[in-house]
Design a protein around this ligand. Structure first.
Ligand SMILES: [Zn+2]
Length: 403
């Protein structure tokens, strides 16, 4: 019974609600074009003429069966179970602002504040100055909340300050960290990463413990908040990207600057061997989350491309794939976009260690233009917010009913 780190055993009976809701052709198309990883090993499930057969967790237990829709089944499709509403299922606008009734969760990536160095998301090229991704994402969320509320949306921040949503802390994950290292073949690992860099740092108990805290446990806690408390129609995960900057005490600038957005998909066979991951992927696929998530991500990516004028990032690794003709949209299986049970657009604009971008981000959020390195430039945060708003407005203008 393999599970992902800190994952819990799924309730496989929840898949029963999707019986006869999706044709085999629809399932295969979504699997082939979005959820599968090209050139991965075959998935741990079987697609037959009539049904999907998927092993649960117990050995010896027969596979679970989800029947495909057949021609004899009713053609009008009930709304898939779940709390979120697609643009076409929201109440008619009847002349109200275009985001009226829409519940949006803004998820500011990372923690920032005192946690930024531990998260490896603190960048400083000079004593006395720094940018922290978690603080920038929170500032962006606050600017966005105002703009989106003005357009009628009901906006929640998944994190309101620089403190974790999870109540657990690194020391709570000592046993899990040691177990992960043992399973990877490092039974007697180094305790502290003080003075270590690169892979040697990753193989310490301290680094593993901290990562389980600020990444895994934190995202699970945010998933609980999104799925049980906020129950939004969409989630926007707000991040700032970076190129490798090397040792944080002597970081390097990068000449690159780019933008991309992520939807959920591109699962490797090794990921699907974990039963919670396999289950979560199928809940998204049968739940037709991608049918809203892809056009939404494309619209937001186009808005961001217009406002930032950044070129698209191009992945060269197998963990991401293109899913449509928009060069700014990729699918990746991330913990956040897998656990949140609704359409998620995960935003990765800007390279924080691109020199001009770094200086613009140091200047924070401002209106108009300011002189940086001899050039008059707008606020990167303002351009970020404008791009998101523009993309959302276009998407909902196109897909919402007025009456
Ligand atoms: Zn990030």
């Amino acid at each position: 019974m393999k599970l992902s780190p800190l994952g819990s055993k799924p309730d496989w009976t929840l898949l029963d609600a999707f019986a006869r809701s999706m044709s085999r052709a629809e399932f295969e198309k979504a699997w082939r074009e979005i959820y599968s990883q090209p050139n991965s090993l075959p998935p741990p499930f079987e697609i037959t003429q009539e049904a999907l057969l998927v092993p649960g967790g117990q050995t010896g237990e027969p596979p679970r069966r989800v029947s495909f829709q057949s021609a004899a089944d009713s053609a009008d499709r009930p709304a898939p179970p779940g709390f979120w509403r697609s643009a076409s299922r929201l109440p008619p606008l009847q002349g109200r602002p275009v985001l009226s009734d829409l519940v949006i969760a803004l998820d500011p990536g990372h923690l920032g504040g005192q946690w930024a160095a531990m998260e490896e998301r603190l960048l400083s090229f000079q004593p006395g100055e720094d940018i922290r991704e978690g603080d920038l994402s929170l500032l962006t969320a606050r600017v966005l909340k105002q703009r989106l509320t003005d357009l009628g949306a009901i906006v929640h921040l998944v994190r309101e300050n620089a403190e974790p949503v999870t109540s657990r802390r690194p020391q709570d994950f000592d046993q899990d960290a040691r177990q992960l290292l043992t399973e990877s073949g490092f039974a007697s690992p180094t305790e502290s990463y003080l003075g270590l860099v690169g892979d040697a740092k990753l193989l310490t108990v301290q680094w593993q413990r901290e990562k389980l805290f600020y990444r895994v446990s934190e995202i699970h806690a945010r998933g609980g908040k999104v799925n049980h408390q906020i129950r939004p129609d969409i989630v926007l995960c707000l991040h700032y990207n970076a190129e490798s900057w090397g040792d944080a005490s002597a970081p390097q600038f990068s000449p690159l600057n780019h933008l991309h957005t992520l939807v959920n998909g591109c699962y490797a066979n090794s990921e699907l061997m974990q039963q919670d991951v396999r289950f979560e992927m199928l809940m998204r696929l049968f739940g037709r989350v991608h049918e809203e998530e892809l056009p939404l991500a494309s619209a937001v990516a186009e808005g961001m491309a217009r406002s930032t004028t950044l070129p698209p990032y191009v992945y060269t690794t197998p963990n991401a794939r293109r899913v449509n003709d928009n060069p700014y949209v990729y699918a990746r299986n991330l913990l956040a976009n897998r656990l949140y049970l609704c359409p998620v657009v995960y935003l990765e604009p800007y390279v924080m260690n691109h020199e001009e971008t770094y200086r613009r981000l140091l200047a924070g959020h401002y209106h108009g233009r300011t002189l940086i390195g001899g050039r008059l430039v707008s606020s990167a945060i303002e351009d970020y917010a404008r791009g998101v708003v523009d993309g959302l407005v276009k998407h909902y203008q196109k897909h919402r009913r007025n009456s």
